[in-house]
Ligand binder design. Structure first.
Ligand code: SF4
Length: 241
């Protein structure tokens, strides 16, 4: 049984084509810029079985065409990896493309089993520098980088994602390092830059929790372009989302 926060039936941002996107409840990071703070508490949410999700997939099948499928996002999907092994195994058996949107923070036996039934990984590497990663997410990037390496060695396709936040993740030196680090990875199909935005701010108010980036500006066009130019030196396909 998967603890689910919400479901988007016609998602177009979380992987290729049109997708059923399931946002799971619970996250082990505390990113300063999180735009889904309501998905973070690890608690009982709406429980959904693999069979119920398969039914939704079957209903949407005509819209998927050759590219679409199922994406699990969050929260952090790996926290529910056991349930996801069951779901992805069944979804693949039924012919659906499976995508895992993750912060890459867990790499144990079950995470590896889940990756065996995952077609594509959307991997957020939130900072290349360990000290800044800790500042931005309140968590280490050690396992994240190991997770990325594991995917590279397994030849598993990935889309790398990077949230660009003024003053936190837009340092030229670290953007270069980030690009250099992954430049030799043959499994990177694309890189996506996600400029920081304020759309989720109302949720902090609703939840009555402190919003640490309340006064943070969104990145200027120039800064976004600068990040794009840096990543383009290292990767063929770079997009701004
Ligand atoms: S990993 Fe995602 S859901 Fe978790 S705190 Fe960071 S932005 Fe929010």
């Amino acid at each position: 049984m998967l603890q689910v926060h919400s479901i988007e039936t016609f998602g177009t941002h979380e992987g290729p084509g049109i997708r059923l996107v399931v946002f799971v409840q619970g996250c082990n990071f505390r990113c300063l810029y999180c735009h889904n703070p309501d998905t973070r508490p690890v608690k009982d949410a709406k429980g959904i079985t693999s069979e119920e999700i398969l039914e939704l997939l079957e209903k949407q099948k005509p819209y998927f065409k050759e590219k679409g499928g199922l994406t699990i996002s969050g929260g952090e999907a790996l926290l529910q990896r056991k349930a996801l092994i069951d779901l992805f195994t069944k979804a693949k058996k039924a012919g659906f493309h499976t995508t895992l949107d993750t912060n890459g923070s867990i790499l144990d036996g079950d995470a590896k089993k889940l990756l065996e039934v995952t077609d594509l990984v959307l991997l957020d590497v939130k900072h290349i520098d360990p000290v800044w990663h800790m500042k931005v997410t309140n968590a280490s990037n050690e396992t994240v980088l190991q997770f990325a390496k594991y995917l590279e060695e397994a030849g598993k396709p990935i889309w790398l994602r990077y949230v660009l936040v003024p003053g936190y993740t837009d340092q030229t030196e670290f953007l270069e390092k980030w690009g250099q680090h992954f430049s030799t990875y043959k499994n990177v199909e694309r890189v996506e830059i996600l400029p920081f935005h304020t759309y989720g701010f109302f949720k902090y108010k609703e939840l009555g929790i402190d919003n640490p980036l309340l006064d943070c500006p969104v990145p200027t066009q120039e800064k976004v372009q600068q990040a794009l130019n840096i990543f383009k030196k290292y990767f063929k396909s770079v997009y701004i989302r």
